[in-house]
Write a protein that binds this ligand. Sequence first.
Ligand SMILES: [Zn+2]
Length: 354
Amino acid sequence: MLSHIKLAALRMLKGAGIFELVADSRWRQQRLLILCYHGTSLADEHLWRPGLYMDPTTFGQRLEILKRGRYPVLPLVEGLQRLQHGTLPSRSVVITFDDGTYDFYKQAFPRLKSYGFPVTVYQTTYYTDFERPVFNLIASYMLWKRRGTVIQDGSEVGLTEPLDLRTEAGRHRVVRSLMDRAERENLSGKRKDELALRLGRFLRVDYESIVAMRMFQLMNARELQEVVRDEVDIQLHTHRHRTPENEELFRREIRDNRQRLGALVASAPQHFCYPGGVYKPQFLRWLRQEQVVYASTCDAGLVTCRTEPLLMPRFIDNENRTALAFESWLSGVGDLLAFRSAASQKYIPHDRDN
Ligand SMILES: [Zn+2]
């Protein structure tokens, strides 16, 4: 979160008309802002993880700011082409969503559609086929539901240490133990889902109703096909939401993801987004070999024609951002002042695998 001083500085700059000046400058016209979103809450997810989930009302307010501020929202491919050709309109913005969650289908997309804004979804596919909640997210959420407590005996769910749910670090340790166990025992998606059900009963959290609400689930095949018919652009995000450091495994993630998307929505995506924003230098070579032409990171910044196409920065918008900080990035002032520390992606789990 921006400090009070930074917010006061932004308020002053906006009041003095600097936002408008920068937004209409030649400097901003030569730059493309790619916005990044993850989830919009079906219940209270934004209270659990405000860096990842946004209240749908807040998201709606963002769209209104875009409209009122006359920010042209372009399709990703068009935005990048026009950036290269030097024909971007002033104040250009692109909207992207990571993961392709059910709440995108249910809440974000209808709002985007009502404004006529195009959107790109970086779709991970394992949980598109396996229509259950993403394990580490639902485990973390259910533990958060019991925050403030310490449970001494966790043997019912295979844990040897007490569960200290009073702090985020304590809850994270429990999730880590559960994930390590799942990995050690090579649990399938189905077995992990059974473990999540057991964890729910153990914590006295109503797992079935969370499942029924489709929290922490991705769009299924039918929903994905429906949004594609409505011109949503679907791009790559790995099949299992991970980027192995082994070349063969890494490239298999791209190929499996592309193959599933090809079968579901008959496209051959060439754009990619690094899961959790994590990238290593060798990934660029592997992506090129898989015919990926552009890739988005979670680093904060505007894209210029000199940006490495496989390392495009974005602005991560979430519930922690104020409308003022959001507007500062739309105008370009946020980038100029480089309040980049606020864009840390440490809160995004890296291993949303099967
Ligand atoms: Zn992701």
